[in-house]
Design a protein around this ligand. Structure first.
Ligand SMILES: [Zn+2]
Length: 321
């Protein structure tokens, strides 16, 4: 019975008009939030009965919540659904950090988390990693003081060609300068690469993709004098495109990276490549209950929906070949 409900539920969610599922609802009543809160009430392990993905996650026994923030500001993107917004106001961010601190979560550096996931030892406690994509200068003014208050480490992913600039890809928000970035290591902040020009890698030729991945690391290391271990892939990760994924893994490995994070939804676990780490997208719409549900694994179900959507989009784009 349960096994028959799950595919039906997926097809229902996928077939819902975009205007209903992703565009037309307000923060509190959006469907992914309501389902996640329901799962959280039941306990996410219950979902393993109907979701093969969730079942594997629970069996793997190693889960680390890698949080994905972008801008810590009030700068919303007009017309964009809450799911796709990338801003988190200072008050909301401060509340999230307070919840982590009061909830006795252990905040790790990304490299520590990767070591733990790759080691044969079990993971103990509620482990969290905090990441910021795009390196906006509001990280310095808004996020850093709160992180320092709780002594939380974090990782900031930098597009090396956009350092110190305002660019239309970021709606003209300004990015930290080389001087700003150079001081961050002393505050427990690790830096990673986010390509050179913040492009959709799957749209590039293989040589251009390699350049964006490998040369961005070289440029960051040259200018900052630190080892760059981690890479963050901009935009939706095209995981349904197996040729892309194969090349991507090769370039990260050859480029000298130790790990990579993506926009694939869910807690990180040891059942996948260290170059394809899942994250939990966090923004202004994460009220206390939604944020707690994500940390509990009650948002991991979205990975299946996200993957299926990408599979369908890729099949359509490639004409069924
Ligand atoms: Zn980005």
């Amino acid at each position: 019975m349960l096994l028959t409900i799950w595919p039906l539920l997926i097809s229902w969610l996928i077939s819902l008009p975009r205007s209903v599922f992703m565009s037309g609802l307000k923060e509190k009543s959006r469907l992914d939030r309501l389902i996640s809160l329901g799962i959280d009430k039941l306990g996410p392990t219950r979902l393993s009965m109907v979701s093969p993905y969730q079942g594997n996650m629970e069996k793997s026994g190693k889960h680390i919540s890698v949080l994905m923030y972008h801008s810590i500001s009030e700068d919303s993107c007009p017309g964009r659904h809450p799911y796709y917004q990338t801003h988190t106001p200072l008050t909301v961010f401060a509340r999230h950090m307070e919840m982590l601190f009061n909830g006795s979560h252990i905040v790790l550096r990304l490299k520590e988390a990767v070591d733990l996931l790759c080691s044969p030892n079990d993971v103990k406690g509620d482990l969290v990693v905090i990441t910021f994509d795009d390196a906006f200068d509001d990280f310095l003014t808004h996020a850093l003081p709160i992180l320092e208050k709780y002594e939380f480490p974090a990782t900031v992913f930098v597009a090396s060609g956009l350092v110190g600039k305002r660019n239309s890809v970021f709606l003209n928000k300004s990015c930290m300068s080389w001087d700003d970035l150079a001081g961050l290591e002393d505050h427990g902040i690790e830096l990673g690469s986010h390509t050179i020009s913040h492009v959709r890698l799957a749209k590039l030729s293989m040589s251009d993709m390699e350049e964006e991945i490998v040369a961005s690391r070289t440029e960051l290391q040259k200018n900052l004098g630190v080892e760059i271990d981690a890479f963050s892939c901009p935009y939706a990760f095209p995981e349904a495109d197996s040729n892309f994924v194969k090349a991507y893994l090769k370039f990260l490995d050859q480029g000298g990276y130790r790990c990579g994070v993506t926009t694939r939804i869910g807690r990180a676990s040891n059942d996948e490549s260290r170059y394809l780490i899942r994250r939990l997208p966090i923004n202004y719409a994460d009220d206390d209950r939604f944020f707690a549900a994500k940390l509990n694994g009650s948002y991991d179900w979205m990975n299946s929906i996200q993957y299926l959507k990408k599979k369908i989009q890729f099949a359509i784009a490639s004409g069924g070949k």
